[in-house]
Design a protein around this ligand. Structure first.
Ligand SMILES: Nc1ncnc2c1ncn2[C@@H]1O[C@H](COP(=O)(O)OP(=O)(O)OP(=O)(O)O)[C@@H](O)[C@H]1O
Ligand SMILES: [Mg+2]
Length: 284
């Protein structure tokens, strides 16, 4: 896969409203970080999945995390959401150390994520999954679906609007395992967004989606970011989508941070291009 994007793009990432931008500028350096990860190291046996990785995401930012297959991106999300304990480093959410917190506690503190392989209850319907999400259940499921079924509507107006935009209203009563992968990924995204997370982690939201769905996904993410200031950290291999939505990019390669910067600089960075082209050419 090449990082070079030569087809026409949708307009650049939307900027926050003047008021929010003004408020952000007044923040002293180092403040206003929703996510602050410093020096994180993870080893799986002989594999160094992450090596001293430092990443910060400011409140209201839309940040990308890219890198070739096996670079450590999903492992980084697992560290932030509490599924993998690093051997070194620390994780702060809105200024608080969360290293010892369970995934459920991190969820209650405003962290939401989607999974590369879909974290929904696949035997349940779309509507039931949305009910669980709305009631604060993590997608790892600390709330029983039987309880969720008994209570409440699956969605509020905002969630209904998102379902509508993504063409999901017709599948509300379908079981998730009967849906195409791309459709299930969009349902998981709406479930995560319906909780109005403080920080949303998206692991390859466009994988499994066709071209028209990718366009709708990109537009929804840009709109939510602009209208609601949702803070998003997104792993994405679709460079056209990533570069047309995010404001800042971190690049991982072999578990280390290879580069960081605005999308325009990243796509021209020889180190980044080499990392992608090297992989494509059969580099280990
Ligand atoms: N639970 C695990 N046990 C052993 N090795 C693992 C485990 N999880 C990840 N790895 C290894 O850690 C490295 C990083 O994997 P990770 O899934 O984080 O990469 P990635 O950047 O998300 O890749 P992709 O783009 O293919 O999703 C890989 O070498 C992978 O094989
Ligand atoms: Mg991954």
């Amino acid at each position: 896969m090449s990082i070079v994007v030569d087809r026409p793009e949708t307009p650049p990432a939307s900027r926050p409203t003047g008021e929010r931008r003004h408020r952000r500028r007044r923040l002293p350096p180092g403040r206003g970080r929703v996510l602050d990860v410093a020096g994180v190291t993870v080893a799986f046996g002989a594999v160094r999945a992450l090596e001293g990785v430092t990443v910060a995401v400011r409140e209201g930012a839309f940040v990308g995390l890219i890198g070739p297959n096996g670079a450590g991106k999903t492992t980084f999300f697992n560290v932030v959401s509490g599924f993998v304990t690093p051997s070194a480093g620390r994780v702060r959410l809105a200024g608080q150390r969360i290293d010892a917190w369970s995934p459920a506690r991190r969820g209650r503190a405003g962290l939401a994520r989607t999974f590369q392989n879909i974290g929904l209850d696949k035997q349940a319907t779309v509507a039931d999954n949305l009910r669980v999400a709305r009631q604060g259940g993590s997608l790892a499921g600390e709330l029983r679906l039987s309880f969720a079924r008994r209570s409440g509507l699956p969605s509020d107006d905002r969630t209904s609007a998102m379902l509508d935009r993504l063409g999901l209203t017709a599948v509300l009563d379908e079981r998730v395992d009967r849906l195409p992968v791309g459709t299930a990924k969009l349902v998981e995204l709406v479930a995560a967004l319906s909780r109005r997370p403080r920080l949303l982690l998206l692991d390859e939201p466009a994988s499994g989606l066709g071209a028209p769905e990718r366009v709708r996904l990109g537009a929804l993410l840009r709109d939510l970011h602009r209208a609601e200031g949702t803070t998003i950290l997104m792993i994405e291999h679709d460079m056209a989508l990533a570069m047309s939505t995010v404001e800042y990019v971190y690049v991982l390669d072999f578990g280390t941070l290879l580069a960081q910067g605005p999308p325009e600089a990243i796509r021209r960075d020889p180190k980044v291009i080499e990392a992608y082209l090297g992989k494509a050419a059969g580099r280990p």
